[in-house]
Design a protein around this ligand. Structure first.
Ligand SMILES: N[C@@H](CCC(=O)N[C@@H](CS)C(=O)NCC(=O)O)C(=O)O
Length: 244
């Protein structure tokens, strides 16, 4: 077999040392030495099946058909609050993506943004600059207005967070009231479009779904009169990714 042009000529003087995750099959400076092969993919998602934010990443990956090795972090046993975990993410929360180069990427949207860049299809964060702007707007609303208010009562009243954060039960109850108001508002928004950010499923739907499903732990639910929100919830819940 002929040697491809880019591989002809003098062999480069390269020293192979400690390139994390990459090893050469054969280091006798033959052709094979120039073709490095991935041996120990170290990318890993630090996950918790108990929690809504890691679920956002799992659904995002499932929508794109990306498989990433997953490691469960037992947040119930405070495994995320050890010095070892804090060295990976000083915010001591999941999800965290361990990259192949050994760095740790945290924050749900940052992780999703990374995968959107690597695997643009199907687009979940907008198809052009305008669309990306609207998807971002809706995703932030779903985070700030829905996720934060829906998780508020749990964070501020439940034993899980005792000793983890300063709990202010009155604030948790104010969040409950706000969460119910936001559900009513979202029901109206969904009266004239299929998905949260328009006519295409996006990260904003993922955030809203994970927030609303987590509401069950605090008895925050879509109201029986909120037909548009119910229709949307049924649609997005029946997508195969919802079980990720
Ligand atoms: N802003 C972060 C929030 C992550 C977060 O709140 N993670 C929760 C689970 S949903 C967590 O790890 N909680 C455990 C704890 O606080 O001890 C993100 O978007 O990823």
């Amino acid at each position: 077999m002929a040697t491809p042009p880019e591989l002809r000529g003098p062999l480069p003087q390269i020293e192979i040392k400690n390139i994390k995750g990459w090893v050469a099959d054969d280091c006798d400076l033959s052709l094979a030495c120039r073709t490095m092969e991935r041996k120990d993919l170290s990318m890993k998602l630090l996950d918790s099946t108990m929690a809504p934010n890691p679920r956002r990443v799992r659904i995002f990956l499932a929508e794109k058909g990306i498989e990433v090795p997953v490691e469960q972090v037992d947040i119930g046993a405070s495994e995320n609050r050890t010095a070892e975990f804090a060295a990976k993410n000083p915010m001591v929360n999941v999800p965290v993506l361990e990259l192949d180069d050994g760095r740790y990427l945290s924050e749900t949207v940052a992780i999703c943004r990374y995968f959107e860049g690597l695997h643009p299809n199907p687009p979940l964060m907008g198809v052009d600059a305008t669309d990306a702007g609207f998807v971002e707007m809706w995703n932030r609303r779903m985070e700030f207005e829905l996720m934060n208010n829906i998780t508020g009562p749990f964070r501020h009243s439940h034993g899980f967070f005792k000793g983890r954060i300063t709990q202010v039960p009155e604030w948790g109850e104010a969040c409950r009231v706000a969460a119910l108001e936001r559900l009513a508002w979202l029901d109206g928004e969904l009266s004239d479009r299929e998905f949260i950010a328009g006519d295409r499923f996006s990260i904003a739907d993922i955030t809203a779904l994970c927030a609303i499903d987590f509401g069950a732990v605090s008895q925050i639910k879509i109201g029986p009169d909120q037909a548009h929100l119910q229709r949307w919830h049924e649609d997005v819940s029946t997508r195969p990714s919802a079980s990720a």
